[in-house]
Design a protein around this ligand. Structure first.
Ligand code: DC
Length: 225
């Protein structure tokens, strides 16, 4: 069983993916963290963020210990990850790692930008989590302040908008909702309510998938939207 959770920066997809993994007893992979790890390694090694060949090389030999590095969550790393993830060679190098994680025994939840469209197009359930840029900027600001960073709302909002544009408009695996993904807008939801709705909708989707596999009639269109 695989669950794909996609969405823009600070939409709540990571929180939701972790909660889904815990609820359904699945492993969880934050795929943004692997792009961040490549970016962090590049920043530290002085590899230019437009050197596609060198970056693909780093991605091929991904240093998994970096996934635990606190600097992964720094705004500079996030910005660099967004640039690094534009390169098709980097994406190709990370694809197999993500797919093999997903097929591990017991099933998995992966969250990112292209999970439902490229990495796991046949995922058992797909969720696309979104919220307005203003609400996402407010959440990101609180997160940054809690980690001791100084930031202002307008600056964070501008960065969120820039990353949205870059992630959505890139040629390689852009951020886009898969046609069969369930849309969850968390703009007006608090953390608990967003998690509750995600579990409810994914449960219905998993039920429908199980019934489909058993050869029963599919639910009417829009049943769980
Ligand atoms: O989810 P995040 O903010 O940690 O992701 C950091 C960057 O990595 C994001 O700007 C785009 C990229 N990314 C991607 O291209 N594909 C993914 N599946 C996950 C992240």
């Amino acid at each position: 069983m695989t669950i794909a959770v996609d969405g823009p920066a600070a939409s709540g997809k990571g929180t939701i993916a972790r909660a889904l993994a815990q609820h359904f007893g699945l492993s969880h992979l934050d795929t943004g963290a692997i792009y961040r790890a490549v970016a962090l390694e590049a920043l530290r090694a002085g590899v230019p963020l437009d050197d596609a060949g060198a970056l693909a090389g780093l991605a091929h030999h991904l240093d998994l210990t970096l996934l635990e590095d606190p600097a992964l969550r720094d705004p500079e790393t996030a910005e660099a990850a967004s640039l690094v993830s534009q390169h098709p060679g980097v994406r190709a190098a990370l694809l197999e790692f993500q797919r093999s994680f997903a097929t591990r025994a017991g099933g998995a939840v992966l969250d990112g930008r292209d999970i439902g469209t490229v990495i796991l197009p046949d995922a058992t359930a797909k969720l696309f989590v979104t919220a307005t840029p203003e609400v996402r900027a407010r959440r990101r600001l609180l997160e940054l302040e809690a980690r001791g960073h100084r930031a202002d709302f307008d600056g964070v909002l501008a960065l969120i908008r820039l990353r949205d544009r870059r992630d959505s408009e890139r040629a390689a695996a852009p951020l886009v909702k898969a046609p069969d993904a369930i849309l969850l807008d968390t703009t007006d939801l608090d953390r608990e309510e967003a998690i509750r709705r995600a579990i409810e909708r994914v449960s219905v989707a998993l039920c429908n998938a199980a019934q489909g596999r058993a050869g029963r009639a599919p639910p009417p269109a829009g049943h769980f939207v």
